[in-house]
Design a binder for this molecule. Structure first.
Ligand code: AMP
Length: 114
């Protein structure tokens, strides 16, 4: 999608610190990390958010979750634990309107989620 930051990253038009990539998904380090490990997992195809995901995207959504787990393994945070977050809409502070998961770990998270 034109003027979408994550579409441009997925297309390689904007550089990213890549952690994993295949035909459907890309995982890259967040530019402003909030934990020692902070990786974003995105579908290469533009999906605005969870509310925008159609049934035809079900396999892709499952793939995103599985990739988040794979990233946690690659980053060595499976045993210590990790958090997967996805902000959706204004109240959740979603700033980039391209569906993404935050994989956070490498330190103990706050006990409260919000
Ligand atoms: P959200 O606020 O949930 O929409 O998450 C968007 C995330 O994208 C934020 O954590 C930003 O720090 C991150 N971000 C913004 N621009 C870039 C970029 N060029 N490369 C990597 N991460 C980015």
């Amino acid at each position: 999608m034109e003027n979408c930051l994550f579409c441009k990253i997925a297309a390689g038009q904007i550089p990213s610190s890549k952690v994993y990539e295949d035909e459907q998904v890309l995982a890259f380090r967040d530019i402003a990390p909030q934990a020692p490990v902070h990786v974003l997992v995105i579908p290469k195809k533009h999906v605005s958010g969870w509310y925008d995901a159609q049934e035809e995207n079900d396999a892709l959504l499952a793939k995103l979750m599985r990739t988040a787990s794979a990233v946690a393994k690659m980053e060595g945070i499976v045993d210590s634990g990790f958090r997967v977050v996805s902000n959706c809409g204004a109240d959740a502070q979603q700033t980039v309107k391209h569906l993404h998961l935050h994989v956070l770990g490498g330190r103990a998270m706050a006990g409260e989620m919000a």
